[in-house]
Design a protein around this ligand. Structure first.
Ligand code: PGA
Length: 251
């Protein structure tokens, strides 16, 4: 697909609930020191309390930062929630929305994920919308049906599909060391691309589709070589500057 050449690769780290001020300083400095001259865009999605630290460590560099979730609501009596406006206050560019851990552990539904996507866009944030099937769903042959429902809920309300990033993260591959083969991942990415093109024939071609699920330096190159894999959402391997940069270099 020639359109792939229009899409600059994005390698985004998802730190999840990891880090400390001391450990982050080493990691952020390490990433910054090795980020010059990369052909891919780089971003780190850090726990909310460390946004100020990420902002001060990365300002003036080519590396973007962001959060791992945002509130569905604009502001008000929502104890413990973090709003899109607050993320903008720390100059976040990205926010992960609908990660499978939030869907499965915290009960986030497709409708909530769609609402959060709109909320993120309303604050000028780029949502990284996560979709993906469980092992049971894959074994039952329901992968395309599941990701269609997840992405479909988001696209239904979206006026500008070109403003999102989508991450395909098969749940069985997250943190397990099991990676989808490049062909398996590409098959789902091609399906997601078709849905995006149906929603918007022009903008849909430009949406970056990331793969996530045990992507690491030794499997990144072949995954990133696939026509519709435009980057990665990296969990475990984003916690070491060396590994994260090695993935970015293979893009
Ligand atoms: P992993 O996580 O790279 O550790 O599998 C990816 C993710 O959950 O975003």
């Amino acid at each position: 697909m020639t359109q792939a050449t229009m899409r600059r690769k994005l390698i985004a780290g998802n730190w999840k609930m990891n880090g400390s001020v001391a450990a982050n300083a080493v990691l952020l400095d390490g990433i910054r020191a090795g980020a010059n001259g990369l052909a891919a865009d780089l971003a780190v999605c850090v726990p909310a309390p460390y946004l100020a630290q990420a902002q001060s460590a990365l300002s003036g560099s080519s590396i973007a930062w962001g959060a791992q979730d945002l509130s569905l609501h604009e502001a008000g009596a929502y104890t413990g929630e973090v709003s899109g406006a607050m993320l903008r206050d720390f100059a976040c560019q990205f926010v992960i929305v609908g990660h499978s851990e939030r869907r499965s552990l915290l009960g986030e539904t497709d409708v909530m994920v769609a609402g959060k996507t709109l909320r993120a866009l309303s604050f000028g944030l780029t949502p990284i919308v996560c979709v993906g099937e469980t092992l049971e769903e894959r074994e039952a042959g329901q992968t395309e049906q599941v990701v269609s429902a997840q992405l479909g809920a988001v696209l239904a309300d979206l006026k500008e599909p070109g403003k999102i990033v989508v991450a395909y993260e098969p749940v069985w591959a997250i943190g397990t060391g099991k990676t989808a083969t490049p062909e398996m991942a590409q098959q789902v990415h091609a399906h997601l691309r078709a849905l995006l093109l149906k929603a918007d024939p022009v903008a849909g071609a430009g949406v970056r589709l990331l793969y996530g699920g045990s992507m690491k330096p030794d499997n990144a190159r072949e995954l990133l070589a696939m026509a519709d894999i435009d980057g990665g959402l990296i969990g475990g391997a984003s916690l070491k500057a060396e590994d994260f940069l090695a993935i970015a270099r293979s893009a």
